[in-house]
Design a protein around this ligand. Structure first.
Ligand SMILES: NC(=O)c1ccc[n+]([C@@H]2O[C@H](COP(=O)([O-])OP(=O)(O)OC[C@H]3O[C@@H](n4cnc5c(N)ncnc54)[C@H](OP(=O)(O)O)[C@@H]3O)[C@@H](O)[C@H]2O)c1
Length: 314
């Protein structure tokens, strides 16, 4: 099989295609044929050496969709079962999606009830799981208001779609004026500019999903209604630490954080029910082949197109 192996961190030239034997299942790991996967900016960071937990050589790539070709001994999974995988160290502690087959622990393989094509399916795992987790942590009810801060990101677009399916009134942000109308076209009820980490509006919201991160957190809190909550899920601005944060601005409000570490099959099932019932999709920015992974990495960093970059592995 073909695999993209990184021997040492560096620029796109370290993404090298090699031939490897197809892995064999064992007592707890099944073999998955990877049909498609999303390519993310945080994988570019890993390639460049920015993820200290990742030891090389490594096949990176944090999520994939495909089918089981050889189930683990005593596995509940069947040959041909449609699955997605994410987390569980995939593409970090163990080899990930940038290959044709992967050996994946059964506990990290999630069956999906989905009839569409592999490329369309590949937009969902990380984007929709992160978005629904963040939304649920806010405990909003239909009719309440939500701000999606970082609305043009793939997770942001997924959050807009899911929030509308939950009956929320959704405002989304971008730093680019030209993107305001695109946010509306992609389902937001309203769109506002985020300039120098400050929202260009006086409005307040019942809930905020903040993907820009620590640099906008305090400003997000000031745009919360009493009783409202901010869920921090991303660090698009690249800063991990909140400088000069006065926690008392949270009086009568709350702050939550969501990450996808603990993936639950129930929530995966709920996502695919919502997708089916509401035909939820985000734009697919561009599709590459595995052999063009270097170009895909350049594209995710340089492109300003909306949507998810996908590798079609068939
Ligand atoms: N918590 C979790 O488990 C989890 C899981 C997946 C992803 N994430 C995080 O969620 C975030 C979104 O991921 P993604 O893959 O969806 O991102 P993405 O699609 O690569 O996001 C691209 C968008 O980010 C915005 N952006 C870039 N730099 C920014 C900055 N300095 N300030 C504000 N906006 C900036 C740009 O919007 P404009 O130019 O239009 O403003 C751009 O359209 C990331 O921080 C990622 O690490 C978290």
């Amino acid at each position: 099989m073909r695999a993209i192996v990184i021997d040492k961190p560096g620029d796109t030239s370290v993404l090298k295609m090699v031939d490897r034997p197809i892995p064999r299942a064992d007592a707890t790991h099944s073999v998955m044929r990877i049909h498609a996967f999303g390519v993310h900016r945080y994988e570019v960071l890993t390639r460049a050496g920015g993820s200290p937990a990742v030891k090389f050589p490594r096949v990176i790539g944090v999520e994939a969709v495909g089918e089981v070709t050889e189930p683990a001994t005593n596995s509940q999974l069947k040959v041909g079962q449609k699955v997605m995988t994410m987390m569980g160290g995939f593409g970090r502690e163990v080899d990930g999606s940038y290959q044709e087959f992967a050996l994946v622990a059964d506990e990290n393989l999630y069956p999906v009830d989905y009839d569409g094509d592999w490329i369309t399916l590949a937009q969902y795992p990380e984007n929709f799981y992160t978005a629904i987790g963040a939304l649920k942590s806010l405990s909003l009810t239909a009719g309440q208001t939500l701000l999606v801060r970082g609305g043009t990101s793939a997770v942001g677009l997924a959050a807009i779609k899911l929030a509308k399916a939950f009956g929320l009134k959704v405002t989304a942000t971008t730093r680019r004026k030209a993107m305001l109308s695109e946010l509306i076209e992609n389902g937001a009820d309203d769109a506002v500019l985020d300039t120098d980490n400050s929202l260009v509006t006086d409005q307040s919201f019942d809930g905020i999903i903040d993907m820009v991160g620590t640099v906008t957190l305090a400003n997000s809190v000031t745009h919360l209604n009493q009783g409202g909550a901010v869920c921090l899920i991303g660090l698009l601005a690249g800063e991990w630490i909140v400088e000069n944060f006065n926690p008392f601005i949270l009086a009568g409000k709350s702050l939550t954080v969501f990450d996808t570490t603990d993936v639950q099959q129930d929530l995966v099932d709920e996502i695919f029910k919502l997708i089916k019932a509401n035909d939820l999709q985000i734009p697919i920015a561009k599709v590459f082949k595995l052999a063009d992974i270097q170009a895909a990495h350049k594209y995710v960093m340089e492109s300003r197109e909306l949507g998810q970059v996908i590798v079609d592995n068939d």
